[in-house]
Design a protein around this ligand. Structure first.
Ligand code: UD1
Length: 430
């Protein structure tokens, strides 16, 4: 079994290149099947989730040609099936984007119900409501969701909650529908804008992405395009907090600083220095960290996907901090692991009350999900002594070369698979 072996204590110092945004890539890959012409996509992160998505696309006849590690050419002119099935696809929640894109192009699709991170209930009622508003019959049964329409027709759709997934899914389904679709109370996340820009580069007519009202005028067809995916806001934020927690000095490169504003603001509040340039942000943690309060919110608020990382930092800050999770109801499972490392955190419902401690100590811990897994690695990098992190498959879903990028910043971290490799690591780090 693969594990990370980590010896904490080294401040992270240097520069790190941020990969393409996983959550944008998953929707954009699915949307690429909406034309019969070839689409070239650059800056695709090489992570498990994107690879599973491409495997699912290949299973229905899409030709996926990898030009290099981060560039793919996609041609969907030979699609022979509109059913996405198989146990592997349940591993990624974003499989449901294939429902929107196949429905939008072929007026019919069936996909096994999505899995993904176990961080709460995660209903899909708003996706279903949107597809139905466009005129599709939607059914759930035998572990699958299916949607079918004679002809999709534009409509006015009000989202009852701000949801990234439903906003993007309905956008794809509406792009070639007859007439105009208006999505109100739409999500404004950078990846929503990226998907709209991608679809517009294929000939779609989408306006207002990035605001809470998106207008989509249906077009009769989409054409091929060449497109580069935006940098990953959450990967960048994770390295920024890794710098803070290890008292380091890290420049995250290839980022859009505007997308990182809520993260930079919190780091400033707890005493870090932030330097921004056009496509990089430097985080210097020269002083002891201070406490703060934070509530996760839809963009441009503080992202729920950064909640475990800021909690790890506040666990080492002077004073009492409060973290409120307002997006997912079950996102503090990692706190038990952090407690094993010496943190003093009490969770009540959707709130964590954190009394900062002066240090964490190394422990044998398990990653409960993707972002919490990354946050626990950061905690281990700051801890006294050696830690091992199990179930790193979750982390590999969304972080490309995580341990290699950390090594490059001076972290003592190795991927080990056997007791012998673990012994070697112990000898190496002394
Ligand atoms: C996406 C991201 C995930 C991130 C989340 C919030 C991907 C693959 N995943 O997940 O990393 O944490 O956005 O930024 O892009 N909801 C409903 N009904 C629905 C859909 C959602 O009630 O039909 C609720 C959810 O339970 C949650 C909230 O809306 O409370 C936001 O969820 P949503 O934005 O849809 O998250 P995902 O798209 O699943």
């Amino acid at each position: 079994m693969e594990q990370y072996a980590i010896k904490g204590g080294n401040p992270l110092v240097g520069e790190v290149e941020i990969s393409g945004a996983k959550n944008a890539a998953l929707a954009i890959l699915a949307a690429a099947i909406m034309t019969d012409e070839t689409v070239l996509i650059e800056n695709v992160p090489d992570v498990r989730d994107t690879n599973v998505m491409m495997q699912a696309m290949e299973s229905i006849g899409v030709v996926v040609n990898r030009i290099d590690r981060h560039t793919v050419k996609i041609n969907a002119s030979q699609v022979h099936d509109l059913v996405i099935e198989g146990d592997y696809i349940k591993k990624i929640r974003a499989s449901y984007y294939l429902l929107g894109s196949l429905l939008g192009k072929y007026s019919k699709a069936e996909v096994v119900l999505p899995g993904g991170c176990n961080i709460g209930l995660r209903p899909i009622d708003q996706h279903i409501k949107g597809f139905r508003a466009l005129g599709a019959d939607v059914g759930i049964g035998y572990g699958r969701i299916s949607a079918e329409a004679v002809k999709l027709k534009g409509n006015h759709i009000y989202m009852d909650v701000v949801t990234v997934g439903a906003t993007m899914n309905v956008m794809m389904a509406a792009v070639m529908a007859e007439g105009t679709t208006v999505i109100e109370n739409a999500a404004k996340e950078p990846h929503v804008v990226d998907l709209a820009n991608f679809l517009n580069s294929m000939g779609a007519n989408i306006k207002g992405a990035g605001t809470d009202v998106i207008r989509i005028k249906g077009v009769s067809r989409l054409h091929g395009t060449e497109y580069g995916i935006i940098p990953d806001q959450i990967e960048a934020g994770t390295f920024m907090f890794a710098a803070a927690v290890t008292k380091g000095d890290v420049t995250v490169k290839n980022v859009i600083p505007k997308h990182l504003e809520s993260i930079s603001a919190k780091l400033l509040e707890i005493g870090c220095e932030i330097e921004e340039s056009d496509d990089a942000v430097r985080v210097v943690a020269a002083k002891p960290l201070g406490h703060t309060h934070v509530k996760t919110l839809p963009y441009p608020g503080f992202p729920t996907d950064m909640q475990p990382q800021i909690t790890v930092a506040l666990g080492l800050s002077a004073g009492t901090s409060i973290v409120t999770e307002s997006i997912f109801e079950n996102r503090f499972k990692y706190v038990d692991e952090l407690t094993c490392m010496g943190a003093n955190i009490k969770v009540e419902s959707n709130t964590a009350i954190i009394d900062g401690v002066s240090k964490y100590t190394g422990a044998h811990i398990t990653a409960p999900d993707l972002r919490a897994g990354a946050a626990l690695v950061i905690a281990a990098l700051a801890a006294d002594g050696i830690s091992t992190v199990d179930d790193i498959k979750y982390i590999q879903r969304g972080y490309e070369d995580f341990h290699l990028k950390l090594q490059h910043l001076g972290a003592q971290i190795d991927l080990v698979t056997t007791d012998r490799e673990m012994q070697k690591f112990r000898l190496k780090v002394g």
